[in-house]
Design a protein around this ligand. Structure first.
Ligand SMILES: Cc1ncc(COP(=O)(O)O)c(C=O)c1O
Length: 325
């Protein structure tokens, strides 16, 4: 799905709340020319039963963002907790009551020609309504891309650097033009790495397997969530090991995970059906559990959620009057 922000959306830019159409970023901005930006993607899910919106693992996303920023020597002058609180405030100022996507971006902001990065940085946070990434209730048809996943020694693969996403954009463009939903990358050693914007899991002989973090993958937060849910709820211990391309054709189940994507089962790879080309039982169960966990229905995973409206209502509520006998 593609999402565009309404021009009146309130955003957070360099420490101030302001309408998006008042933000000015010049055409000579370093990051625009050289890809020197670091971004994040965070989800918030509206839950009708709770009459509340839940920011999902916001603190972990902001911690990853700040860590990745250090690789580019960008300092975001706020803690992960403060950034999560700012995001909740942004949601309230926009009065959003639907599923959302949050896009924080920190970047080299000097406006002049010249590659050497300097110490002029900017950052913003934009929040916008965002539905399902894939409309593939029957599962996804994917292909192995002819583009290799970026190597960590060329561009750090575990960071969300704006310039690095040329890699994902090329692979996605080819895959969509060829009629597939998503592209899978092999890494420079020929092992399966991940999708263009998501991590990958396969089920083989009853074991849940995912590539290790040293195979040029992005260390996904949803990947971690699924590993925890699979173990806690289904008793499945995830094996982290390299995956060969031909295993994709022989596995029992395959699915993708990511903040935007959520849980996305795959039913074919390179026109070869995964088992009987139907969503497998483990992927189906994990999809359901992930939905429930992210919508506040499972107490064990409430720790991942920052309630946006109920927390503010509780803070404003008058204190109960104590009856003193
Ligand atoms: C290349 C890539 N891999 C994997 C992921 C999944 O990571 P996460 O679950 O933290 O969103 C993303 C999305 O952030 C991504 O862009």
């Amino acid at each position: 799905m593609k999402a565009e922000a309404d021009p009146n959306t309130i955003v957070y830019f360099n420490g101030e709340y302001m309408p998006i159409n008042e933000v000015r970023i010049g055409i000579l901005t370093h990051a625009l020319h050289y890809g020197t930006g670091v971004f994040e993607g965070i989800r918030a899910y509206w839950d009708e039963d709770s009459d509340d919106l839940f920011l999902l693992r916001a603190r972990e996303h902001y911690e990853r963002w700040k860590q990745n920023c250090t690789i580019l020597h960008i300092d975001v002058p706020a803690t992960a907790e403060e950034l999560a609180a700012i995001t909740a405030e942004l949601v309230r100022r926009n009065n959003f009551r639907t599923d959302l996507y949050v896009r924080p971006l920190a970047f080299k902001s000097a406006e002049r020609i010249g590659l050497a990065p300097d110490d002029q940085d900017s950052y913003f946070i934009v929040v916008m309504p965002y539905g399902a990434y894939f409309h593939a209730e029957k599962g996804l048809d994917v292909c192995v891309s002819s583009w290799r996943r970026i190597d960590d020694n060329a561009i750090p693969a575990r960071g969300k650097f704006t310039g690095a996403y040329i890699n994902s954009a090329l692979a996605t463009d080819d895959a969509r033009r060829a009629g597939f939903d998503e592209a899978l990358f092999l890494n420079d050693r020929g092992h399966v790495a991940e999708g263009s914007t998501c991590n990958l899991f396969m089920v083989r002989k009853g074991r849940l397997i995912t590539p290790p973090v040293t195979d040029n993958i992005l260390e996904g937060i949803t990947r971690e969530s699924i590993i925890e849910i699979a173990y806690r709820e289904l008793g499945l211990e995830v094996v982290e090991r390299s995956i060969d391309r031909s295993e994709l054709y022989l596995c029992d189940e395959l699915f993708l995970t990511g903040t935007a994507v959520g849980m996305a089962p795959v039913v074919s790879v390179d026109h070869r059906p995964v088992r009987d080309a139907a969503i497998g039982p483990i992927a189906r169960r994990l999809t359901q559990l992930y939905y429930e966990a992210t919508h506040g229905h499972l107490p064990a995973y409430r720790k991942w959620l920052l309630p946006v409206y109920s927390a503010a209502r509780a803070a404003k509520a008058p204190r109960p009057i104590m009856n003193v006998a």
